[in-house]
Design a protein around this ligand. Structure first.
Ligand SMILES: NC(=O)C1=CN([C@@H]2O[C@H](COP(=O)(O)OP(=O)(O)OC[C@H]3O[C@@H](n4cnc5c(N)ncnc54)[C@H](O)[C@@H]3O)[C@@H](O)[C@H]2O)C=CC1
Ligand SMILES: O=C(O)CCC(=O)C(=O)O
Length: 527
């Protein structure tokens, strides 16, 4: 299996992948067109922030299973396109947290004391001490937007400098924030109103793009200093430039830009009150080593189906590695495949019904497994656990789940009810022992059969001779019956027969069985 790496990465990444038996092509600086031309050969792609993994690359990548980001931000990867194609996107966010928090502190200090400007001035032969008077951090208020991994480490360090730390993050509670010395505020406006320094540590997404613009800067204290070591585009660059030129913002420290590398004559970068670094937050020996090792290990574990760690679009996949859940996933997939082959009409909705605590807790991945089984039969494109819910949504399939205590006699029972424009069909299954999967019900009929191999499924009137008629046709065609299950309402009423056979059923045999009086809806099901 081949893995492509398109950004510079520590050697340890390549060594780990090779030692696990993978072929690695290291091609930093490769063009987009070249990636598109060769990507089909690879099962995994590893990038840092230098490669934009766009939908057109992803659509060429027919064999790609994983896109690995050696680092935190996945905004350079079209995660939706990857999910649609069933490709896992994973990152290694923890590996560069400390380095980025330390770089943020370097920028805060350098901004407060004009260090880059003073350094440049002295190197050009001057000795200006007055020109570079700065401000102390001690006693100042810093507003941290985004109290995730990096935001929290920045908070701890700012506290050590005697700063008053306030923060905003919609998912962090006041109690958690307090542990890091942060006073959580309820509104961003309070950050703008109270802060002497503002630092952003949020991901770049539709919500955060341009979140600090002209209006927000106007709400800030006069003389505020702004730091961005997260992503370019979170702060509107032109609005920031205007606010600095007007004197409302005293200065800015930027590690990241809306376009990277930025244009050479970028007026914000050129401004004397702005200090910049070329996306160096994670650029330490330690961070690069950590993310290189982490991404290599995560990719090996995922490709060898040992564990899924760091997936940003497939959290549920970790459950697919759970040995206890695995047989139920196979069962759900087989039920989906079975349903797809016996249903009449166009599928409108699917409801997963789960009995037993373990199944209730795994409902999402069980539904994905069912959809994988059903949609792979009904559609021409490959469907897996990752893209199954997306494809279901796209084709307008309504998917829901219910919990139930109606278990029959089973501790754990899966039931999938599918509604089409013509009928409703419910199929239930369970697992005996550790991994003996069984279908135990179709609609109101109870029986037990292994969902595997070739099955003949038909409805019939429960009267003598039905089975004999079918078996004599099969015998004449030298088709061996391997197993038989019968479910019926009552004597003389409707019944359902599931017959497992050892050989393929030719069309003429199928027609002959279908023509038997009292037998209808004959289907060949392959599982
Ligand atoms: N300059 C560099 O080299 C590096 C930059 N980064 C960037 O730093 C940023 C933070 O990274 P981590 O701390 O690892 O991420 P994280 O995922 O641990 O934390 C992000 C936090 O932002 C919060 N958040 C999301 N939307 C928000 C909003 N609208 N308002 C306020 N808070 C919001 C989330 O709830 C979360 O707590 C990311 O943009 C990442 O790409 C990360 C590593 C290196
Ligand atoms: O790969 C890098 O050096 C950039 C790191 C980064 O921006 C991230 O991890 O989000």
């Amino acid at each position: 299996m081949k893995i492509l790496i398109t950004d510079p990465i520590e050697e340890s990444c390549v060594n780990i992948l090779k030692s696990e038996g993978f072929t690695v092509d290291l091609k930093p600086g490769i063009t987009k067109d070249e990636i598109k031309r060769i990507i089909n050969d690879y099962v995994a792609l590893i990038v840092r922030s230098g490669t934009r993994v766009t939908a057109d690359i992803i659509n060429e990548a027919k064999n790609l299973k994983i896109i690995g980001r050696a680092g935190a931000g996945v905004d350079n990867i079209d995660v939706d396109a990857a999910t649609r194609r069933g490709i896992i996107v994973m990152n290694t966010p923890g590996g560069n947290t400390i380095s980025t928090a330390e770089h943020t502190m370097s920028l805060i200090l350098a901004l407060a004391r004009n260090i880059p400007q003073a350094c440049e001035d002295l190197k050009s032969g001057n000795w200006n001490r007055k020109k570079f008077i700065g401000v102390e951090l001690y006693g100042k208020t810093i507003g941290i937007i985004g109290l995730g991994r990096i935001g929290r480490e920045v908070a701890i360090r700012c506290k050590a400098f005697g700063m008053n730390v306030i923060g905003y993050d919609p998912v962090v509670s006041s109690e958690v924030a307090r542990k890091f010395g942060v006073e959580l505020v309820a509104e961003l406006d309070e950050i703008y109103r109270r802060s002497d320094f503002i630092t952003v540590h949020v991901p770049l997404n539709e919500e955060t793009r341009g979140m600090i613009g002209k209006n927000e800067l106007l709400k800030c204290k006069r003389g505020v200093r702004i730091i961005n070591c997260a992503r370019g585009g979170i702060i509107d660059e032109m609005a920031l430039l205007e606010a600095i030129e007007s004197g409302h913002v005293a200065g800015a420290a930027l590690d990241v830009f809306s376009e990277e590398p930025p244009p050479k004559d970028h007026p914000l970068i050129k401004h004397p009150k702005v200090i910049v670094t070329p996306h160096l937050g994670a650029a330490t020996e330690e961070a690069q080593e950590k993310v290189a090792v982490q991404i290599a290990q995560q990719i090996v574990d995922a490709l060898k189906e040992r564990a899924i760690v760091g997936a940003v679009n497939a959290e549920i996949l970790q459950l697919a590695m759970n040995e206890v859940i695995k047989p139920y996933l196979l069962l759900a997939e087989k039920i989906g495949l079975f349903q797809a082959q016996i249903l009449k009409g166009k599928v409108k909705s699917v409801t997963g019904i789960f009995v037993g605590e373990m199944l209730k807790n795994s409902s999402q991945i069980l539904i994905s497994a069912f959809l994988k089984g059903m949609l792979n039969y009904l559609m021409s494109e490959p469907v897996n656990y990752i893209n199954a819910p997306v494809i279901a949504r796209e084709i307008g399939l309504s998917v829901s789940e219910k919990v139930s205590d109606d278990s029959g006699n089973y501790t754990h029972l899966l039931r999938f009810e599918v509604k089409t424009d013509k009928e409703t069909k419910t199929v239930s299954g369970t697992v005996f022992g550790n991994n003996d999967i069984r279908i135990v019900g179709v609609d109101e009929f109870h029986f037990e059969f292994k969902p595997e191999g070739i099955l003949i499924v038909y409805s019939n009137i429960d009267k003598p001779g039905m089975l004999a008629s079918v078996s004599s046709i099969l015998a004449r065609s030298e088709i061996n019956i391997a197993g038989l299950s019968l479910g019926r309402y009552g004597v003389g009423q409707k019944a359902l027969t599931v017959m497992s056979v050892d050989n393929e059923i030719p069309q003429n045999v199928l027609r002959e069985i279908s023509s038997i009086d009292g037998i209808f809806d004959v289907k060949i099901v392959k599982l």
